[in-house]
Design a protein. Structure first.
Length: 144
């Protein structure tokens, strides 16, 4: 679907979509695609939204294709990693290879996060609630 939509784009639009998929800002994408910021601003809002959505779809499909290509290589890559773990003379490299092998096969260990919650949390909840248009039903705290 993404490929078909890309075929229907004009050359400058396609350049923008490809650039936007690899950049973090619209400004950067316009610069790479050779589109003046004023030109971008004159394009209809719906068209700009469509191009940005296509860019995100294009990026997602590229990631999916890369993951599919790597899927076939996983056993080979894991064998290489295990080979490093077994044969390396460098203990740091050996440890790193073992750790990566375990993380890739068993998953990374969960980290426990401890946090101290104070009266500020209540204030934050009330601010968020107020910004959502909901009344928390309580008077705001006088101290934090």
């Amino acid at each position: 679907m993404v490929t078909e939509a890309l075929r229907n784009l004009k050359e400058r639009e396609l350049a923008y979509v490809q650039a936007r998929a690899t950049t973090t800002t619209i400004k950067e994408a316009c610069e790479i695609a050779g589109i003046a910021p004023r030109t971008w601003d004159y394009w209809p809002r719906e068209r700009r939204d469509h191009l940005n959505a296509l860019a995100m779809d294009y990026k997602s499909s590229a990631v999916e294709r890369a993951l599919e290509a790597l899927q076939d290589k996983v056993p080979e890559l894991l064998e290489g990693l295990l080979g490093l773990a077994k044969q390396s003379r460098d203990k740091r490299l050996k440890l790193s290879a073992i750790k990566e092998s375990l993380d890739r096969t068993l998953g990374r260990p969960k980290q426990r996060i401890e946090a101290e919650v104070s009266g500020r949390l209540r204030l934050i909840e009330e601010i968020v609630s107020a910004s959502d248009g909901h009344d928390s039903g309580t008077a705001p705290p006088t101290t934090v």
